[in-house]
Design a protein around this ligand. Structure first.
Ligand SMILES: Cc1cc2nc3c(=O)[nH]c(=O)nc-3n(C[C@H](O)[C@H](O)[C@H](O)COP(=O)(O)OP(=O)(O)OC[C@H]3O[C@@H](n4cnc5c(N)ncnc54)[C@H](O)[C@@H]3O)c2cc1C
Length: 234
């Protein structure tokens, strides 16, 4: 268990904050891009969760400050604590790092990353890690799905990355508003590119329904199970 202290909070959208937590007692908090930690929140829960909530690390490894992007779930106990009772200086014990949602040791195929909402967190960590450390890679596709433009996360940053790297492709799928001539879910984007003939390594993060639908389609198209990694948030 580590002690962390919230050192900054930024409002990313109307219902999503970015938290910066400094991990006490270590110069570097070691983790792999894609992993998450468990926040141990004082929620007075009597069930087996006992205030434990998982959050993916949105920053890349290095140093002792971790970045988290957290969505406010209506009526959620953890959300109420993090959005109403947490401020700069609040201490949050954390456990971890945890999880096996990881990049392959060697990136020999295109990476296809698909997320909904704050599911972008572990993917951003992976993408930043690749570019900050010049990790050899092929094309990277990031498809971000949400309802409306006002819900876009790390949008300017992803547009900037796309400008800087010709092999980085950023696509937005809004289900309730048109973006760049398209309105709908994430699926049509990756299906156009990865239809069974092109190799790919797949990373899905966010809502369960989106992920299971994507996984089943890719398996049907002949992609191997070991090339499809996912992290369910709900
Ligand atoms: C590995 C992992 C990593 C995660 N990383 C992140 C992250 O980086 N950012 C982030 O914002 N969340 C993340 N989550 C989700 C997070 O752990 C909590 O589930 C979420 O913050 C809701 O907790 P709560 O205490 O506010 O709601 P709870 O009190 O647990 O739930 C309240 C109600 O909301 C529903 N609910 C729970 N979670 C969601 C949800 N995500 N969306 C919609 N409805 C929900 C429940 O069914 C319940 O009815 C992650 C989950 C996992 C498993």
């Amino acid at each position: 268990m580590y002690q962390s202290e919230v050192i900054d909070i930024k409002k990313e959208t109307h219902d999503t904050n970015i938290y910066f937590n400094k991990i006490k007692g270590v110069k570097e908090f070691k983790f792999k891009p894609g992993q998450f930690v468990s926040f141990m929140l004082p929620l007075n829960e009597t069930n087996k969760r006992k205030g434990m909530r998982h959050y993916s690390i949105a920053s890349s490894p290095g140093g002792n400050i971790l970045e988290f992007i957290i969505n406010k779930v209506e009526g959620g106990l953890g959300s109420i604590y993090l959005f109403e009772d947490t401020e700069v200086g609040t201490k949050i014990p954390i456990k971890g790092p945890l999880g096996k949602f990881l990049l392959p040791d060697k990136i020999i195929h295109d990476l296809c990353m698909v997320c909904t909402g704050t599911g972008i967190a572990p993917l951003r960590s992976m993408i930043k890690y690749i570019y900050e450390n010049d990790i050899p890679h092929k094309d990277i596709y990031l498809v971000f799905g949400t309802k409306l433009k006002k819900d876009l996360l790390y949008h300017e940053e992803m547009l900037q990355l796309e400008k800087e790297h010709k092999e980085f492709h950023y696509k937005v799928a809004l289900s309730q508003e048109e973006y760049d001539g398209y309105k709908g879910y994430v699926h049509s984007f990756y299906r156009k590119i990865f239809n069974g003939e092109k190799h790919g390594h797949f990373f899905f993060c966010g809502f369960k329904n989106m992920i299971l639908e994507a996984r089943d389609w890719l398996l049907e198209k002949g992609y191997q199970r070991k090339c499809i990694r996912y992290e369910l948030y709900n």
